[in-house]
Design a protein around this ligand. Structure first.
Ligand SMILES: [Zn+2]
Length: 394
């Protein structure tokens, strides 16, 4: 965040850009995203996202802390693994413990003793995936809690109000998620509503004068013309970053890559790009090449709790008999706490015995793997070797 002296002009710090950033007397200027390096043979780029809670080096992977905790991992574990920003779920935190409790403790980052940037989703995704008896109107969505069936209401303004109380570094606009495939007419109608909701989110954020960043979410299913329309309309409203939502929900991988590739041509290149809920290591490397900066996914932690571990030579199943007498670490190339100290044989024993330590040690390794993979991509982009990095990965 820049806090320039009153009335002073500052120049964009992106190399090669001579754009003057005007500052008025009472305006605190925030340059939300800077690009520090670009690959010369693809759209891959390395950048810095400036938030009120600190900078985030991109490309970045964001571990998912649904209820204000990444399952089985402490903030110290996340720190050692190299996490920079953690995601919290608005829907879950709204239902339990409630945003007023989180606000009472100074916001999500302090409440969870994380003390670094956080991103909250809008709550929309869980409303459409978890809640029961949804009813969508122009005003918002009425739904029943998946916990106790209580009737709840989420509007664009309510979502921003909740996220403001959660105090996240990055907020997301409320959008309607449609499943793939859906009828063209429905997707078209839905994205028009998502655009109107996005405008209301931005207006409400300005009304409450929040210093949190706000990202718009491009929808449009797998229809390229609708994705283009959604991206264009959101760009016109203007956001601190742009997310691509509604992917990895049933469509083939190649279709997802093509949608991302085409959308990238229609969202502002000077803002952060976030591909929501994606995905496998291959998906992430491919999307970085297409120009995506931010990722989140439950895959590393969920897989860890099922004994499936990611390594530089492919995924392995720690339950298998072949690991019983193995004195090897999960991955010789990994420097995480688990790989520095424990054998596959011991980790298999813990897992087979249902010891809780198994979930934690496995999660430490998988999160470290994801964070290292994306950090390596950033370094390769800066060093001009991203192509080689990607080929080596494959
Ligand atoms: Zn490891």
């Amino acid at each position: 965040m820049f806090l320039p002296p009153t009335g002073e002009e500052i120049v964009c710090s992106v190399v090669g850009c001579e754009r003057q950033m005007g500052v008025t007397d009472d305006w605190v200027f925030v340059l939300s995203f800077e690009i520090v390096a670009r690959a010369n043979d693809s759209r891959a780029r390395a950048g810095v996202l400036h938030t009120k809670d600190g900078d985030v080096q991109t490309p970045v992977f964001m571990p998912v802390g649904t209820l204000g905790a990444v399952k089985t991992l402490s903030p110290a574990d996340l720190d050692e693994a190299g996490a920079q920003i953690v995601l919290g779920n608005t829907y879950h935190l709204h239902i339990r413990p409630g945003e007023d409790v989180v606000a009472h403790f100074g916001g999500l980052s302090r409440f969870a003793a994380w003390n670094k940037p956080t991103l909250t989703d809008s709550g929309g995704f869980q409303v459409f995936s978890l809640a029961e008896n949804r009813k969508i109107t122009e005003e918002g969505v009425t739904f029943r809690s998946h916990l106790d069936g209580a009737s709840l209401f989420l509007s664009p303004e309510k979502s921003i109000e909740i996220q403001t109380k959660l105090g996240s570094s990055v907020m997301m606009c409320l959008d309607e998620c449609v499943s793939n495939p859906s009828e063209y007419e429905y997707v078209e109608k839905s994205l028009a509503l998502t655009t109107r909701w996005a405008l209301r989110c931005k207006q409400y954020k300005e009304q409450v004068n929040s210093k949190q960043l706000l990202f718009g979410i491009v929808q449009g299913g797998v229809e390229h013309d609708l994705r283009q329309r959604s991206a264009g309309e959101l760009a016109e409203i203007g956001f601190d970053g742009y997310a691509i939502g509604g992917l990895s929900v049933g469509e083939p991988n190649e279709v997802m890559y093509e949608v991302v590739d085409r959308v990238m041509g229609h969202i502002p290149t000077d803002k952060a790009h976030y591909l929501m809920g994606v995905g496998t290591p291959t998906d992430i490397i491919t999307a970085i090449e297409l120009g995506v900066d931010m990722f989140d996914c439950v895959m590393p932690t969920r897989n860890a709790r099922h004994g499936r571990l990611f390594t530089s030579t492919g995924a392995l199943d720690i339950k298998l008999e072949e690991h019983k007498m193995s004195g090897e670490p999960i991955d010789k190339g990994c420097n995480c706490y688990t790989c520095r100290n424990f054998t596959r044989g011991y980790l298999r024993h813990l897992f087979k015995s249902g010891e809780m330590l198994a979930f934690r040690l496995n999660s430490i390794h998988n999160i470290t793997y994801y964070l290292s993979l994306v950090r390596g991509a950033r370094e390769a982009i800066i060093n001009g070797t991203f192509r080689g990095y990607k080929n080596l990965f494959h």
